[in-house]
Design a protein around this ligand. Structure first.
Ligand code: AMP
Length: 377
């Protein structure tokens, strides 16, 4: 099948045309500055017109079979990808308060396509869906129940499409049926999340009510004492300023001044003390979570690294694994340095459990999920 994968943000729209039989990327692009004036598209409808214009030659050769949307928040309702109709679109819209920057943009993208190609099957693939298997003891916060009932305040988890895709590939590489596979999966990109996989399902994950919870990320703080926010508000900082500080000005960017892992590793190797400390904080926090999730799954059969840093930074992987000697995990120095787009084992033969690097591909996962829904699988 030929699937157009759409990832729409508040002011940008990323797209790819994927062939799910050959896995070929037939076209891809980014439309940005939506609604910002300065010659950019006025709205998501105009942005879709630009996508359609860019794809004209491609689609004249072979038309699309379906459109798959990356939708950030599926709330408690969506545990798998779904074929979109008006009722589904309204449900996604009702979840706007939980993802105020993302879900409205996703809905605009869906409506723009429905207006342009009314008969095109559209599928929503939710970033939260894979984590719908979290048991209540993992998703509940220890705060009054009313906050859950009134506002839906609970842990949802994100990066689900990536965690699910990588879990499947990792089980395949090890020759274990996915339903019998226990693992700890580390998605280390600009956003960072760790997932505890038991029997192929997510039973815990480090992001919570929003993607801010958990590990040290590129520009997000991860876990902090919630009293800090109350303290800052009492000092006169606005809710918006605190939000911006924690999401955009924290994490590696705050610790070192730049959130690019390559720059941090280079600086640390050149003797920069701030870079070294940033790496120590990020790897220490991650190692603690990995130890916790190893316990949560009752013993992982593998530790899996993915995304920009997880796939490409041998230095950061080495730093994290060096903190896991209590688990008997050891890297193979040479294997860890291999660069490849293929899933691979990077641990030493005498490592108690294998360490894998499995490249993620959200667009491929969304295209495959979309094709499966359209075929009625
Ligand atoms: P992602 O969000 O998965 O695209 O990951 C983006 C992050 O991956 C960037 O901010 C970089 O820190 C990191 N990254 C990408 N390529 C490399 C590389 N070759 N070595 C180290 N880090 C990398």
């Amino acid at each position: 099948m030929r699937v157009l994968v759409i990832n729409s943000g508040s002011s940008s729209l990323k797209y790819q045309v994927r062939d799910t039989d050959t896995n070929e990327v037939a076209a891809n692009g980014l439309i940005d500055r939506i609604g910002e004036g300065a010659g950019g598209p006025a709205d998501h409808g105009e942005a879709m017109d630009q996508v359609a214009a860019a794809l004209e030659d491609e689609l004249a050769q072979r038309p699309l079979d379906a459109v798959g949307h990356r939708v950030v928040h599926g709330g408690e309702r969506f545990s798998e990808p779904v074929l979109i109709n008006n009722e589904i679109t309204r449900s996604i819209e009702r979840l706007n308060p939980l993802a105020p920057l993302h879900n409205p943009a996703n809905v605009l993208g869906i409506r723009a396509i429905a207006a342009k190609w009314p008969h095109m099957p559209q599928v929503a693939v939710f970033d939260t869906a894979f984590h719908r298997t979290l048991p209540e003891h993992a998703w509940r916060y220890a705060i009054p129940d009313e906050l859950y009932r009134q506002y839906g305040i609970r842990r949802y988890g994100f990066h689900g499409t990536s965690h699910q895709f990588v879990t499947g590939r990792a089980a395949e590489l090890l020759g274990v049926p996915v339903h019998a596979f226990n693992a700890v999966v580390a998605h280390l990109g600009n956003g960072v999340s760790l997932t505890a996989i038991q029997g192929g399902a997510s039973i815990d994950t480090s992001m919570g009510f929003t993607p801010l919870e958990g590990l040290v990320m590129g520009t997000r703080s991860g876990d902090v004492d919630p009293s800090i926010l109350i303290f800052l508000q009492r000092q006169g900082m606005s809710a918006q300023d605190i939000d911006t500080m924690l999401n955009k000005e924290s994490g590696l960017k705050a610790l070192f001044g730049d959130n690019d892992m390559r720059a941090i590793v280079d600086a640390a190797n050149a003797g920069n003390a701030r870079a070294t400390l940033a790496l120590e904080i990020a790897s220490y926090r991650l190692a603690k979570y990995i130890g916790g999730y190893h316990v949560a799954v009752g013993g992982a059969q593998a530790l899996v690294f993915t995304a920009g840093i997880g796939e490409n930074s041998a230095d950061f992987r080495a730093l994290v694994v060096s903190r896991l000697s209590a688990l008997g995990v050891k890297l193979d120095g040479a294997a860890n340095l291999v660069r490849s787009r293929e899933p691979r084992v990077v641990s030493a033969p005498d490592s108690l459990i294998p360490v894998l690097v499995v490249p993620t591909d959200e667009e491929q996962a969304i295209a495959e999920a979309t094709a499966a829904v359209v075929r009625g699988e």
